[in-house]
Design a protein. Structure first.
Length: 440
């Protein structure tokens, strides 16, 4: 079978058992190159080649580089190809992609899988499967149809927050070790963050009945920025939708200190540009801030103090971490909203009392005092109405105490002195502060 090229013989009139017809052989001769021989099989498992009858040996034919072609109904063999070349390694008239670019699920079909006969397929590919030892490869295989029931992840992008149910079993790779865990609210929110604001909004809408999921979703929502559109200057569309959901969630869970805390954090981030502040003024945001400030809590715990007589227990009462964050974001929100002169007087009516409440509630938190001083300064700047309210409520005396309590905080002392100049008589006009604006 490995000799030189023999001409394709026509079909003898006396042989009626051959599977192919004369026209079929002619088409084969016209469609194949000169270096290719076609062997046709009869019903008794023998072949006819050049008028000689030979025993049909499938192993020898395959080992010599032939392969069974279903279209032609026979084995196609190229004698010019070395016998060491396997049939599935050669190009057969069409481009074969590299194995690493093939889907693992398609290895049971196509040139990388050996056929056992016409219409039959084997379950195992003879070539090496794509690498599956690394954790990242195992995660990719888990996404295929055969492994769809297995939940495996390494990075937040592997976390399918749309399909995975809260509390379902899931495997996580800790380096090369697989750890069993469950789908948690933090994982859902972190995965939704990969899809941006739209993904987080969808998660909030789906889990609006779960405050634990909402806390993590709002926490990740506060990480995003919402720049206005460069062409029209309008507010970010997704940001406006996020604002409406924050207002709705804060009203629904108004007694939850944690939800109010993270809702205020998102609201403070949304006030970063003029277009979003204009949208915020359309909402009942002041009422949401007042409700959040009315739920501030303090925590009492025991500490041990060393004295001359030994150790003594002492009760210490201080704001909770959520209460401190609510006070901080309250001052930040009012400081931002008071930047616009058109809103300053309206915002100052309730804002001054809320800012002073936050500063009084957290007297030892320098960050709260810093943003509180900034908010008071913005309130009274060229607004006589706000200046009168601030002076009557005792804002000047309170800011004087800030400078005394934090003498080592240079930035806070500078802002406090600037606020005192604005709260002084006629300080609201801005003239008393103008000579020192460059130094500040």
């Amino acid at each position: 079978a490995g000799g030189g090229m023999l001409p394709m013989l026509g079909r003898p009139a006396s042989d009626t058992n051959l599977l192919a017809t004369q026209s079929f052989e002619d088409s084969l001769a016209s469609t194949h190159s000169s270096g290719t021989e076609v062997y046709l099989k009869d019903e008794r498992g023998k072949e006819k080649r050049g008028g000689a009858i030979m025993e049909y040996d499938a192993l020898k034919t395959r080992g010599g580089g032939g392969h069974f072609d279903q279209t032609y109904g026979g084995f196609v063999k190229n004698p010019n190809r070395p016998h060491t070349t396997l049939p599935w390694m050669a190009r057969r008239g069409h481009s074969v992609p590299a194995l690493r670019f093939l889907d693992a699920g398609s290895l049971h079909e196509g040139p990388y899988c050996r056929r056992t006969g016409k219409g039959k397929k084997v379950d195992k590919a003879i070539n090496k499967l794509p690498p599956a030892s690394r954790p990242v490869d195992k995660v990719e295989r888990a996404k295929t149809a055969a492994w769809a029931t297995r939940k495996v992840f390494i990075t937040p992008k592997d976390y399918d927050y749309k399909a995975w149910d809260l509390g379902a079993a899931v495997d996580v790779f800790d380096e090369n070790k697989v750890t069993n865990t469950t789908v948690e609210p933090m994982g859902l929110a972190r995965a939704a963050y990969e899809d941006g604001g739209r993904g987080l909004i969808n998660l909030i809408e789906e889990y609006s009945h779960r405050p634990d999921v909402l806390c993590f979703a709002l926490m990740n929502l506060a990480k995003l920025s919402w720049p206005e559109r460069e062409d029209t200057g309008e507010a970010n569309v997704v940001g406006v939708e996020a604002l409406k959901w924050v207002m709705r969630i804060m009203a629904l869970y108004k007694t939850s200190e944690a939800v109010s805390c993270y809702g205020m954090t998102v609201l403070a981030e949304l006030t970063d540009n003029f277009a979003m502040r204009r949208e915020i003024m359309k909402e009942d945001w002041v009422a949401r801030v007042i409700v959040a400030m009315s739920n501030l809590q303090k925590l009492t715990h025991e500490i041990m103090i060393k004295t001359d007589n030994g150790k003594e227990k002492k009760l210490v009462t201080e704001p909770t971490r959520h209460a401190i964050e609510v006070c901080l974001q309250c001052c930040k929100i009012f400081a931002q909203m008071a930047c616009d002169s058109t809103n300053r007087q309206t915002v100052a009516d309730d804002g001054i009392s809320m800012v002073m409440k936050a500063m009084n509630f957290c007297p030892e938190e320098e960050t709260v005092q810093l943003y509180g001083c900034r908010a008071l300064y913005n309130f009274v700047y060229r607004c006589e109405h706000a200046h009168l309210i601030a002076v009557e409520d005792g804002a000047y005396i309170m800011v004087e105490g800030v400078e005394e309590n934090f003498p080592s905080d240079r930035e806070l002392v500078k802002i406090a002195q600037r606020t005192l100049r604005a709260l002084s008589p006629d300080g609201w006009r801005g003239g008393a502060d103008e000579p020192r604006l460059a130094a500040d």
